[in-house]
Design a protein around this ligand. Structure first.
Ligand code: NAG
Ligand code: NAG
Ligand code: NAG
Length: 319
């Protein structure tokens, strides 16, 4: 029996029989200090195992549920992610409320790109550590998005959960977001939660920009990671998870975002891809012959984001 297990049993014994506490149960001696100082939680994933260090995590707020991990990435890992993204940046988009389609918007003025999942060993390792820290499986995560904000660029407060059906079909709601700061920002660029319950208790000193004073704010430090949840423990959407990226005033901001869904994002992507190429109704070929693909394209063909029901018969499959 390992010592932690023994400790747990002893503590349990303790609460069932509080009177024995006087009889010198040597609880303190059971705690091996080498094990608890700088302790790490080790989670197995295949042949390798990812660890995280709970002593570096601070709980920031319960509404929204938000946590900060100091030094989640090393300087080298941050620089590596920036290097991979640097020459592939495009103007960032937002999801349209109704259709879910990606559209440009004044609400979000950064530029960004998506890495691939497990694109290289470093990314794969980071993804394992995110899974270990969040206790959420890798397959529920989207690929990491790298964002770059230059002077004046921002992302107005928004929710990470979706309003449209099409995006929710992909793995369901986003339950959690891990936002990693890849650079220091001299001034501005804070992550602000305007509806956070703790917003009034945070000292509003001059370290923070004016925008950041409109809520509870997290100042970007290279390597730090912010975890917050968009869903409440009862799985309904959390309005206090509203968050934004304040305008950069001095310097530039680089960040990496990992969105994690309630279900497997990887499986959903595969399902959508295969569904795109099959007929969903036994009458599809009859209808196609009758010219319905042209007459009724929304139902028959649909769009890339919201595929129709007879894509095979309408010869609309991309592969
Ligand atoms: C989307 O809908 C939400 C909630 O109804 C609203 O607050 C938000 O402003 C809308 N966003 C856009 C871009 O229309
Ligand atoms: C979920 O929890 C929130 C906050 O406690 C509460 O306001 C809401 O009514 C709950 N919803 C359901 C469906 O339980
Ligand atoms: C297919 O077409 C037949 C004949 O019009 C109809 O009776 C049947 O309900 C249709 N099946 C489906 C699944 O729409």
């Amino acid at each position: 029996m390992d010592s932690r297990c023994f400790l747990a049993l002893s503590l349990c014994f303790f609460c069932l029989f509080p009177h024995v506490s006087h009889s010198r149960v040597r609880i303190p001696n059971l705690i091996d200090h080498k094990q608890t100082v700088g302790s790490v939680l080790r989670l197995k994933r295949g042949p390798s195992s990812a660890t995280f260090d709970p002593t570096r995590v601070t709980q920031l707020s319960w509404s929204p549920r938000a946590f900060l991990y100091k030094g989640f990435l090393s300087e080298e890992e941050c620089d590596h992610l920036i290097t991979l993204a640097k020459d592939k940046l495009e103007v960032s988009m937002v999801a349209d409320n109704d259709s879910g389609k990606s559209i440009k918007s004044e609400v979000r003025t950064s530029s960004g790109m998506f890495l691939q999942k497990a694109q290289d060993e470093i990314i794969s390792n980071i993804e394992s550590r995110i899974a270990a820290w969040t206790f959420l499986p890798i397959e529920n995560g989207e690929a990491m998005q790298i964002l770059h904000y230059e002077h004046g660029q921002k992302y107005e407060p928004h929710y990470d959960y979706f309003h449209d059906k099409a995006n929710q079909e992909l793995g369901g709601h986003r339950v959690a977001t891990v936002l990693i700061y890849l650079s220091n920002v001299e001034k501005g660029g804070e992550t602000v939660f305007p509806h956070a319950q703790v917003k009034t208790v945070q000292p509003k000193d001059d370290v923070l920009s004016d925008c950041a004073k409109n809520g509870y704010s997290v100042k970007p430090f290279k390597g730090d990671a912010l975890l917050f949840f968009s869903l409440l423990p009862n799985a309904t959407t959390d309005p206090s998870s509203l968050h934004g990226s304040c305008p950069v005033i001095e310097g530039e901001k680089w960040s990496a975002t990992k969105w994690i869904h309630v279900r497997s994002f990887e499986k959903s992507i595969k399902q959508v891809a295969s569904r795109e190429c099959t007929d969903q109704n036994v009458n599809c070929s009859t209808w196609a012959k009758a010219g319905e693909c042209e007459k009724n394209p929304t139902y028959m063909v649909g769009t890339e984001d919201l595929p129709g029901f007879c894509r095979n018969s309408c010869k609309a499959c991309s592969s």
